[in-house]
Design a protein around this ligand. Structure first.
Ligand code: IPM
Ligand code: MG
Length: 335
């Protein structure tokens, strides 16, 4: 696809590749090498596959595949994670919810990605009274909350201008501060509407009446969970792209789905989430919204043509393979 843009649209991108996750561990004994990390620093954007699998699950935590991903997020300061959940009309039947609840669903989860309990100190497992105790720390500073709130309001301005901030302020002090800071930031966006919701209720509302939401903004752990719920509403987690962006608009783009080790290498995985991640990359880091629109249109056309990978196909209906799906999108790019 990148070659296509070079050949047909004169848009040249310098491409480099490297390993992250399980394959990096096999090659270098670490989830990402310093050399690969250096390339990520120098790039305008990183397009990532997926990391992890049962083969590497027993490895010590500090060098597990997931660490590679977390290291890129942390070192590049990619604090704003945008996870759209958009339901292509043709796929309303693939959702586990009734089609009328999800038809034309278009929500955006803005997840804080470099703070909270994922990175908070202290963390660890210690001995206490003759047994082991595991602990992690949920921590958010005012500046961390304010900048992700701004990302959410800026995104809302390009959409329906409604932001719902999700927290657990009835129990957690960190959430109490979160709510207060988001409310203050909202004063700079009088054209947007702000509401607040506890995370347990938000999880329920997402499956009860998901179309009530426009933009959801939340911390790292809640965003991890809610974005998987939102993903499933769209019929397949195999459809969803994501962007993780820093202040310089440098970004990491990856499908929301994981490595799906059970189907790896069999030419049955859905490539659309990765293709749609490339669209987000073009829009947010390379400033080519026009090319991003073209990619998204090509995906919509291929779905309208009736092509479905195994995760989307109706039971008994024939499924299109990974490679054939990719080729079909490529063929539709010129339209
Ligand atoms: C995600 C994933 C990651 C996360 C894992 C692989 C570390 O679940 O991107 O949602 O928890 O952030
Ligand atoms: Mg997740």
């Amino acid at each position: 696809m990148i070659d296509w843009f070079g050949n047909k649209r004169g848009f040249q991108v310098t491409l480099d590749e490297d390993l992250v996750g399980g394959c990096a561990y096999d090659a270098h004994g670490q989830a990402i090498s310093d050399a690969a990390m250096q390339k990520a620093h120098e790039a305008d954007a990183v397009l990532l596959g997926a990391v992890g699998g049962p083969k590497w699950e027993a490895i010590e935590r500090s060098i597990r595949p997931e660490r590679g991903l977390l290291r890129i997020r942390a070192e590049l300061g990619l604090y704003a994670n945008l996870r759209p959940a958009l339901l292509f009309g043709e796929l309303a039947g693939s959702s586990s919810l009734r089609p009328e609840l999800v038809a034309d669903l278009d929500i955006l989860i803005v997840r804080e990605l470099t703070g909270g309990i994922y990175f908070g100190q202290p963390r660890g497992i210690r001995e206490e009274n003759g047994e082991r105790v595991g602990y992690n720390t949920e921590v958010y500073s005012e500046s961390e909350i304010a900048r992700i709130a701004r990302s959410a309001f800026e995104a809302a301005r390009r959409r329906d201008r409604r932001v719902c901030s999700v927290d657990k302020a009835n129990v957690l002090e960190s959430s109490e501060l979160w709510r207060e800071v988001v409310t203050t930031v909202a004063q700079d966006y009088p054209d947007c509407e702000l509401s607040h919701m506890y995370v347990d209720n938000a999880a329920m509302q997402l499956v009860r009446a998901p179309k009530q939401f426009d933009v959801l903004v939340t911390g790292n752990l809640f965003g991890d969970i809610l974005s998987d719920i939102a993903a499933m509403l769209t019929g397949s987690i195999g459809m969803l792209p994501s962007a993780s962006i820093n202040e310089a608009r440098q970004g990491l783009y990856e499908p929301v789905h994981g490595s799906a080790p059970d189907i790896a290498g069999r030419d049955v995985a859905n490539p659309l989430a990765t293709i749609l991640s490339l669209a987000m990359l073009l829009r947010h880091s390379l400033d080519r919204g026009d090319l991003a629109d073209r990619v998204e249109r090509a995906v919509a056309r291929v779905l309208a043509d009736g092509l479905r990978t195994g995760d989307l196909a109706a039971p008994g209906a024939g499924a299109t393979g990974t490679r054939a799906m990719g080729d079909a999108v490529l063929a539709r790019l010129a339209d």
